[in-house]
Design a protein around this ligand. Sequence first.
Ligand SMILES: [Zn+2]
Ligand SMILES: [Zn+2]
Length: 249
Amino acid sequence: MNTRRFGLACGVLALAVFLAPGAWAWADSTGTPGQERNAAMEEILDQAQWLGHDGFLFRAGGKVVVFDPFRVKTSEPADLILISHGHHDHCSPEDVAKFVGKDTVVVATADCTAKLAGLGADVRPIAPGESLTVGGIAVKAIPAYNTDKAFHPRANGWVGFVADLGGVSVYHAGDTDLIPEMDGLAPDIALLPVSGTYVMTWEQAVEAARRIQPKVAVPMHYGGIVGTGKDAENFEKALRGEVRVRVYK
Ligand SMILES: [Zn+2]
Ligand SMILES: [Zn+2]
């Protein structure tokens, strides 16, 4: 490569780095942002609770965020509750009620919002591709649908979520197969269904984790309606040495 070409290549590279939103934010921070972000992620992972099936509770920066609570035994006021779609094992009014406090916002797909109307929470609809921010938590709805079965048609407008918890991105995939919309998400934490039948099998979820490249993958959608701990175990074993997996009990 001659000098002029090298100069041009450097210029293009510098521009690409500048334009990449993550890189720019890091360059804008002080100290060792990569390490701080990793420490924040570890804290979020340690404080997270699996509520069973697709249900998770996250704590970050004094906020409580709950995904798809179902047959939950605990109760606590949440700041934000995210519901991926209207199926009864995801949109469960009696379980959502356990996390509704006086300032709780619930974000759900349109087929679920009507079922939650009587809970006294601020319920807001969301559709694939839409974004909103609640109490400083930015949320984006990612499409979620089946590609080789009919339970979750794309046309239903059901979703997964990417939530930004103080700079740590958490992707809850919802009920989905491996879909192209997962490409390039690269979240810090990816919660992926592994049960098969209505969603990805654990083998397909392994493929999804390879494509998504999260820092940590967490199996879900087992132990309740369909799928067992064996699916989670197989998922973890298959990704050893490739993608870090955390299995919640
Ligand atoms: Zn479903
Ligand atoms: Zn489901």
